[in-house]
Write a protein that binds this ligand. Structure first.
Ligand code: FDA
Length: 389
């Protein structure tokens, strides 16, 4: 059987690509259902894009690579598609757009679009091998206990990254890339909680607050969550994508307030007040207690010297921590790195050295921030390849 286009992976990027590639396209996936990551994303509401999506929200060895695809299929193009299907949505925070109802609506929309475009979808189908032939590519696959061999002119790698292997993530795109000598950049888990080897944060598990997290590369102002094993929450997930093993991170627990001035004024006005009680007015009580114990803070405000207040402020606004690691691919939302963008055309996502071979979505070395950016990359890169085919 000869197909014009075979897309490996019926996730966000693969289905979007099929919509534009049209008749003669077959999408295959080893899962029982398409778009499983879409279904579970955003707590079941799918943070499908971000109003402010632009190149600066993406991490890649080549920060310019994503620009062309993002410009030609933008967040507003995806919003228009949602509107066309009557799927209600809202902005949650920071430009993050979520479904009012269910993420399943997005999956259903993509399947319908793919079918309307004349493309086919085969589920529970796995790839056994791929080889180069005169017409394009020969792909051997296993489906319903049988071996099937298909030929296609164009082969699109859309099998995503390594995150959440329990959900069927595999390294297939990387393996095929290696087979065709396409270069890969180092892959590692991104948007992932930090872990610490000791139990130091156990007493704080569940405490959440707005915070500023930074390292030598960048800074994020978003919520921080203490967990039994370490740190999580949006600011941590964001910073994790810019963090390398062994590096220090800086946590500012009161980014918006001039803490030293506040405490000094309070010492003047309410000197009899207990220091920990004062701290608990500014921070969650459990965190204030924890810091008081850790810093051996005792006594009334009036008893504190300027130097003691400065020490306290340094600890609260410049807390230096070295995570022992991350939760890894088990919980990471994305995989950083992947197919080296140098090997691909930024306009079409086609390999420069293997005509007819395309790579889109998370398997490419383009990773978005938390907040709908990764789906936007899947839509934009899927569109770029689908249009080019
Ligand atoms: P995706 O992973 O979606 O699809 C790949 C497909 O290939 C899957 O259907 C898989 O079954 C299939 N496949 C894999 N190996 C195969 C093989 N060997 N043979 C056949 N098929 C194979 N992003 C965002 O922007 N907003 C959000 O709200 C969230 N939320 C979120 C929550 C959670 C828990 C996770 C894990 C991730 C997110 N993300 C997110 C990230 C987002 O899900 C991700 O970036 C995109 O799904 C990537 O789209 P792709 O199509 O590239 O891969």
């Amino acid at each position: 059987m000869l197909y014009q286009t075979l897309i490996l992976g019926a996730g966000a990027a693969g289905m979007m690509c099929a919509r534009f590639a049209g008749p003669g396209t077959l999408v295959i996936d080893h899962a029982r259902a398409p778009g499983e990551k879409i279904r579970i994303s955003g707590g079941g509401r799918c943070n499908f894009t971000n109003m402010y999506a632009e190149a600066k929200n993406f991490i890649s060895a080549n920060p310019h690579f994503c620009k062309s695809a993002l410009a030609r299929f933008s967040q507003w193009d995806f919003v228009a598609l949602m509107d066309q299907h009557g799927i209600a949505w809202h902005e949650k925070t920071l430009g993050q757009l979520f479904c009012d109802g269910s993420a399943k609506q997005v999956v259903a929309m993509l399947v319908q679009e793919l079918q309307n475009a004349g493309a086919e979808l085969w589920l529970e189908t796995s790839v056994t091998s791929v080889s180069r032939v005169e017409q394009g590519f020969s792909v051997t696959m296993a489906r319903a206990g049988k071996t099937q061999v298909l030929t296609c002119r164009n082969l699109v790698l859309a099998t995503g990254g390594k995150s959440i292997p329990k959900m069927g993530a595999t390294g297939l795109a990387y393996d095929i890339a290696r087979q065709f000598n396409l270069p890969l950049t180092e892959t590692r888990p991104g948007l992932v909680p930090f872990t610490f080897s000791d139990d130091r944060f156990k007493p704080l598990a569940g405490v959440a607050l707005p915070a500023r997290l930074s390292n030598a590369r960048t800074t994020f102002d978003e919520a921080l969550l203490f967990t039994h094993r370490g740190l999580s929450g949006p600011s941590v997930l964001q910073l994790s994508s810019y963090w390398h093993e062994g590096e220090v991170i800086t946590v500012n627990l009161i980014p918006e307030l001039p803490l030293y001035d506040l405490l000094r004024d309070q010492r003047q006005a309410e000197g009899r007040r207990d220091l920990t009680t004062e701290l608990a007015r500014l921070l969650p009580t459990r965190l204030a207690d924890y810091l008081s114990t850790d810093l051996r803070l005792k006594g009334r405000l009036a008893d504190q010297s300027d130097a003691a207040l400065q020490d306290l402020c340094a600890q609260v606004s410049n807390w230096q921590l070295t995570p022992s690691g991350t939760e890894g691919y088990r919980t990471a939302e994305v995989t950083l790195g992947g197919l080296d963008t140098d090997a691909l055309s930024s306009k079409t996502m086609e390999s420069k050295s293997v005509p007819g071979l395309y790579a889109i979505g998370e398997c490419v070395d383009v990773t978005g921030w938390l907040g709908g950016f990764n789906f936007q990359w899947a839509w934009s890169s899927g569109h770029a390849a689908g249009r080019a085919i």
